[in-house]
Design a protein around this ligand. Structure first.
Ligand SMILES: [Zn+2]
Length: 330
């Protein structure tokens, strides 16, 4: 087959609007625009077709090489398709390409045809600018925590990007986001505490929903001392977990903060109807014993988001009941 064909290829990008309107980088020539598809040519000859579609929560990149089985000579039949498969076999610098794609929430594949071979991938369309702004925000939060001498900075992972159903991609973003923030947190001497939230928040607040997941992240990214990356244990989020005792023991020295309140039956509001310790169904004494068995001797934060009840009461009364419950049920 004729490998010079491999130099001629077309890149098709379908993504959110905005980027197409940006100023062209040097060496890029704008071509015609037909029915929302715009053509650009790079200095090296790469043709790029942009097709923004804001009804899609994903970005798809499709690279087409203008080479296929038509270019195979006698004795070379099947080569084009074989090469397509070899592309996914990895290289010395990327040994397991499927894993790399998976980590980033990318769905990928390739096809070979008579006159072309193409590779495509789809991934969540959360834009890079938004991600960078979030990262800067996180760094600022670390700086602020350092300035006030905070014991740790609690991380709430964030849910799914708007319009996305790609939970694996969201998990990968959380992993990468913590990895990116960690060096700054270490330099600043502020440990990061991953707080898993109850699964009912997976879509909109945090896609880290079990202590096991938080522990996995700590073991993958932390330095092992528990002084750079740990967990926040909040009974409201983890009390239901059949694996709780084992995961608290596994967290051990990594428990950086402990939060209490109670789970009311029924719960009238997913966010703002937490109970005063003792008014719900959580076995607070049992969970505290598990946490203290790891050696945890830090403060116990009482966290009661209660728009319909406790936030409406006289603060001194709330404080008095809080103290009393702390001595009797926490
Ligand atoms: Zn909490």
């Amino acid at each position: 087959m004729n490998f010079s064909f491999l130099r001629r290829f077309v890149l098709v990008l379908a993504f959110l609007p905005g980027l197409a309107a940006a100023q062209l980088p040097p060496g890029v020539k704008a071509g015609p625009s037909v029915e929302g598809v715009s053509q650009f040519t790079l200095a090296n000859g790469l043709e790029v077709l942009l097709f923004p579609d804001d009804s899609k929560p994903t970005t798809t990149v499709n690279v087409t090489y203008k080479v296929g089985s038509r270019h195979e000579n006698y004795g070379e039949t099947g080569m084009a398709h074989l090469l397509e498969h070899l592309m996914f076999k990895g290289s010395p610098s990327f040994e397991d390409v499927w894993k790399e794609f998976g980590k980033r929430g990318m769905e990928v594949n390739g096809t070979t045809f008579y006159d072309r071979t193409n590779y495509f991938e789809s991934f969540p369309a959360a834009d890079e600018t938004g991600r960078r702004a979030a990262h800067d925000d996180n760094r600022r939060a670390v700086d602020e925590a350092a300035a006030i001498g905070a014991r740790s900075l609690v991380l709430i992972a964030g849910g799914l990007p708007k319009g996305s159903k790609d939970l694996a991609g969201a998990h990968a973003q959380v992993h990468d986001g913590i990895a990116a923030l960690l060096p700054h947190a270490r330099e600043s001497g502020v440990p990061l505490a991953i707080e898993p939230l109850h699964p009912m928040y997976a879509a909109d607040r945090a896609c880290v929903n079990t202590l096991a997941h938080a522990n996995d992240l700590c073991e993958r990214l932390g330095d092992g001392s528990g002084k750079d990356l740990g967990v926040a244990v909040d009974v409201y989020h983890v009390w239901w977990d059949p694996d709780l005792a084992a995961q608290i023991a596994r967290a051990g020295k990594r428990i950086l903060t402990y939060h209490v309140c109670d789970w009311l039956v029924p719960t009238r509001d997913l966010l703002l109807d937490r109970g005063m310790p003792g008014d719900g169904v959580i076995d607070l004494r049992a969970i505290r014993a598990m946490v203290e068995a790891t050696g945890y001797d830090g403060p116990i934060d009482v966290e009661i988001f209660s728009a319909q009840d406790w936030w409406k009461r006289e603060p001194s009364e709330v404080l008095r009941i809080c103290l009393e419950r702390h001595q009797t049920v926490v």
